[in-house]
Design a protein around this ligand. Structure first.
Ligand code: NDP
Length: 485
């Protein structure tokens, strides 16, 4: 490590590191070894009060700045993140266990993209003029006020930036609570934003478990909540936000379908299935974990997939050659193991993998089940690990009905060389993000989010601005005003 994993203090509030050791200790564990690499403390009620008070106090002056000035700070932070990509990637690898081969291209890099993109948009935020005969009205696009971001553990740097960048661009203050499993990376995002010139109080990080998130969400001084997490947590957070009629963005779980037709380029289809199931050891919300393969090419697909999986390099995540790392935690590993057991018990055919690796840390083999049927647990529930379920299909109509027969709607993909079928299938998917002959791209320029239980609202792209700002309408009368008496 170029710098120690133990942060200077647990929280970042009002432009500085803050500690309160009376909060419950949270041990940070390196998933590749099981070693404790840092300890932070959950926020106490006093910390929650301090962060809300200082964030609210800072927000109005920030919103009053020209967008160009807000944007300049975000773009400077983006440059700093890119310049520090190596150190940030090493930290992300220690926080999550994801291989450096991934983190060095996907995490701080994606965060920097968000800061740069929304930094650029900040100066473009305007209202409009509406002529009404001689009278007229105009709209002002205004900040919401104080936003709370709550993150999952799979992309701690990216999530901290995807929520922080649009919030700050629109003139809001942000309090971010990382997952207790990965508390380290968001602190670095806060540090960099402040070094880039962000005034104190506007981007804060507080640690804690669900109850800290709950305290933030239910505070009447908070105007908006953006959660990345599971559907059960989403239900709780959405309900708490509803009490205060707060704005929400919910980025929740999925069980996304990936359709492979018999006219697809097989090698590309196998690549898509690998990217959509085994990147980040399968801990990606939009993963295409129900892989529907046309009966005619099923065995050829499974053969090539197994050959390609043998090329996975599993091991020390800091070795640049490693392409497959551990599960984020022992608990997550056990959850995934229980799904593998269920898959076997319910009669799915284990094609490859299925076992824990005989080494320290929380390593599981990339696992593929074939002959999976729609009613099996592994085809219905989000596993959030490296477990692919391969199902067969005969016709487009049949597979579309089955692909959409889920309560989730985060993502979906199709591999085919038939142009019209590709677009017909994409139009028919009940999902927020779809891929044609690709899987899991997430550029900041494109809206990202879910349909059905997978979420509400969109992150990224111009659409995120709608979710971090509100319109005020101002009516202007030019002549005399008539009244009935
Ligand atoms: P969880 O839902 O368990 O937790 C998400 C966050 O919410 C954590 O910071 C958690 O804190 C916090 N939290 C838990 N309970 C409450 C509460 N009552 N009030 C406020 N906050 C609370 O998700 P995981 O961290 O396990 O992440 C995995 C899930 O996230 C998967 O379902 C995955 O699909 C989803 N996800 C969705 C993405 C998307 O963009 N749609 C992207 C990435 C992941 P703590 O961890 O400390 O308990």
């Amino acid at each position: 490590m170029n710098y120690p994993t133990q942060p200077k203090a647990s929280h970042f509030i009002n432009g500085a590191y803050v500690e309160d050791t009376s909060g419950t200790p949270i041990k940070v564990i390196y998933p590749a070894t099981g070693a404790v690499i840092a300890t932070v403390h959950a926020a106490t009620p006093a910390i929650v009060e301090q962060v809300i008070t200082s964030a609210r106090a800072a927000q109005r002056a920030w919103a009053a700045l020209p967008g160009t000035e807000r944007g300049r700070i975000l773009r400077r932070a983006a440059d700093m993140m890119r310049a520090r990509n190596h150190d940030l990637s090493v930290l992300e690898t220690h926080d999550t266990g994801k291989p450096y081969q991934e983190t060095s291209v996907a995490d701080a890099a994606s965060g920097a993209d968000a800061l740069e993109y929304f930094g650029g948009l900040a100066a473009t935020l305007t209202g409009e003029h509406i002529q009404l005969g001689e009278d007229w009205a105009y709209t002002r696009r205004e900040a919401l006020g104080l936003c709370v971001g709550i993150g999952a553990w799979n992309y701690p740097t990216q999530i901290a930036c995807w929520k922080g960048a649009p919030a700050l661009a629109c003139g809001n203050a942000m309090i971010f609570k990382p997952s207790e499993t990965t508390p380290l990376c968001a602190l670095k995002v806060a540090e960099i934003l402040h070094e880039a010139g962000l005034p104190a109080g506007l981007y804060n990080v507080v640690q804690g478990m669900g109850e800290v998130g709950g305290a933030l969400v239910s505070d009447p001084r908070v105007d908006k909540v953006s959660l990345t997490g599971s559907v059960p947590t989403g239900r709780k957070v959405y309900a708490a936000a509803a009490e205060g009629i707060k704005h929400v963005t919910m980025e929740l779980g999925g069980k996304s379908p990936l359709l492979i037709f018999d006219d697809a380029d097989l090698e590309n289809a196998v690549s898509g299935a690998i990217l959509g199931n085994f990147y980040s050891s399968g801990q990606v919300c939009s993963n295409g974990t129900r892989v529907f393969v046309h009966k005619g090419i099923k065995e050829a697909f499974l053969t090539r997939l197994s050959e390609r999986l043998e090329q996975a390099v599993i091991g020390d995540p800091m070795d640049p050659a490693t392409s497959f790392g551990p599960m984020v935690s022992e608990r997550q590993m056990e959850i995934v193991q229980s799904y593998i057991t269920k898959g076997i018990e319910e009669g799915a055919r284990l094609v490859t993998g299925g076992a824990r690796l005989d080494r320290g840390g929380f390593f599981l083999q990339p696992t593929v089940f074939a002959d999976v049927t729609d009613d099996m647990t592994i085809a219905r529930e989000e596993i959030f690990g490296p477990v692919m379920a391969v199902l067969d299909f005969d016709s487009e109509d049949e597979v579309m009905a089955r692909a959409n027969a889920t309560e989730f709607g985060l993502a979906a993909g199709v591999f085919t060389s038939d142009l019209t079928r590709a677009h017909r299938v994409a139009a028919g998917f009940e999902a927020g993000t779809c891929f044609i002959n690709s899987y899991n791209d997430a550029p900041v320029e494109v809206p990202f989010g879910g349909a059905k239980l997978s979420g509400v609202g969109r992150e990224n792209a111009k659409q995120a601005i709608e979710h971090y700002s509100q319109l005020k309408s101002v009516y202007v009368r030019m002549g005399d005003l008539e009244a009935p008496f």
